[in-house]
Design a binder for this molecule. Structure first.
Ligand SMILES: *Cc1c(COP(=O)(O)O)cnc(C)c1O
Length: 393
């Protein structure tokens, strides 16, 4: 049998995730594996939880990294809170709202969809209408930062609206955590999930989640058993809960958790506000460069996400060929459009560690070169100076 180690190329990751993983995080992954009930590991878990609470800005006791990607965190929120027969208002303004609907229906609930155009924010007026038409609604679920389009919704306002109508709020913060302001306690979010590989710049495969005390009360008061054994927070907390003896639930992904811990330490060292400002500054620089070149951004300014930039593909350009050349000639990955936006936009991520000067300069240089070669009408030689002027302002 043929067998050889795999040596991946060194890429620059500017797609919708994973983002560039800093050397410190990669080094942390290689530290010695110890037992998941080792007293040293148990103390480490407490510290990891404290760092997660800091990143989420919450004091929620039920805060932990689910052993699985962002989708597992999403599912954890839905299976714990949705019981058969429940009505959930699901806001969809991109790809991920559709997955929320799947989660509601597979949990036996009824999803009332509030649809907005891809690229727009969730419209609170439509959500309010849905809440009025469905006074039985138990939950409002929405995506804070829609990675499929690059639109930011008003999480604070939507949570407030849900509460005014007696509903809980489930918030997808997979792409928002660490990139834009997110205040779990300040905005009184009931259940929130994120991912390790977006603005936290850790490796993929972990999903930080947090449930408020009122969400925990709703889970405790369920009439039916949670259909997922693995994601049942009552069982998971036997391992992750504090003040009690830790008991085996499943083997934690120990080394991956070292990586998440390191990325959260880096975030704490930088400071959350400074990280938000860094995303914004590099977004403004990238935008200046793209616009100088003649490439417009797809999402309207007021709801534009700094960490995910949807760029309209110029007329007559094969967007997949551009991405292929960026990867082959520049080791640079950017994302394609999803769903309705397939073929119409590129998605350029400035997630976490990817929101750096070198990445902005590389991306603009490489795009200009590839688009020029393919005969697109782009302004040459102006993008990088425009971007640097913003960064050096
Ligand atoms: C990436 C993403 C997810 C899914 O995360 P995975 O780690 O790929 O499972 C969910 N929601 C949003 C908004 C995302 O960007």
């Amino acid at each position: 049998m043929q067998a050889a180690p795999f040596h991946p190329p060194q890429r620059t990751l500017m797609g919708p995730g994973p983002s560039d993983v800093p050397a410190r995080v990669l080094a942390a992954l290689g530290r010695p594996t110890i037992g998941h009930l080792d007293p040293e590991f148990v103390a480490f878990m407490d510290d990891l939880k404290r760092l997660l609470q800091h990143a989420f800005r919450t004091a929620n006791e039920l805060t932990l990294p689910v052993s699985g990607p962002g989708s597992a965190g999403m599912e954890t929120c839905f299976v714990n809170l949705v019981e058969p027969g429940d009505t959930v208002i699901v806001c969809q303004n991109g790809a991920f709202g559709g997955r929320m609907r799947e989660n509601v229906e597979r949990s036996g609930g009824t999803a009332v969809m509030v649809m907005d155009r891809w690229g727009d924010a969730v419209d609170p007026g439509k959500v309010e209408e849905a809440l009025e038409a469905h006074p039985e609604a138990k939950i409002v679920a929405f995506v804070h930062a829609e990675t499929s389009t690059g639109a930011l919704s008003d999480a604070r306002g939507l949570v407030e609206l849900a509460h005014r109508h007696g509903a809980l709020a489930i918030v997808d913060a997979v792409t928002s955590l660490g990139g834009v302001p997110l205040e779990v306690d300040g905005w009184e979010i009931d259940a929130v999930y994120s991912g390790s590989q977006k603005c936290l710049s850790c490796v993929p495969g972990l999903s930080p989640v947090s449930f408020s005390p009122s969400a925990v009360e709703v889970i405790r008061g369920r009439r039916t058993k949670i259909q997922s054994w693995f994601m049942d927070t009552n069982l998971v907390m036997g391992y992750w809960g504090s003040g009690q003896r830790r008991s085996y639930h499943h083997t934690a992904p120990i080394n991956a958790l070292y990586g998440l811990h390191e990325s959260l330490v880096m975030l704490a060292e930088e400071g959350l506000e400074a990280a938000w400002a860094r995303h914004r500054r590099h977004h403004l620089a990238l935008r200046a460069g793209l616009e100088a070149m003649g490439l417009p951004l797809f999402v309207a300014e007021p709801v534009r996400l700094p960490q995910l930039n949807a760029v309209s593909v110029p007329e007559g350009i094969d967007e997949a060929e551009v991405r292929r050349r960026l990867l082959q000639d520049f080791d640079l990955e950017i994302g394609s459009g999803l769903g309705e936006l397939a073929g119409r936009v590129w998605r350029i991520g400035l997630l976490g560690h990817s929101a750096r000067r070198r990445n902005v300069v590389l991306c603009l240089t490489a795009l200009e070169s590839v688009l020029g070669d393919l005969g697109a009408r782009v302004q040459r030689g102006v993008a990088v100076p425009a971007a640097l002027a913003v960064l050096d302002r």
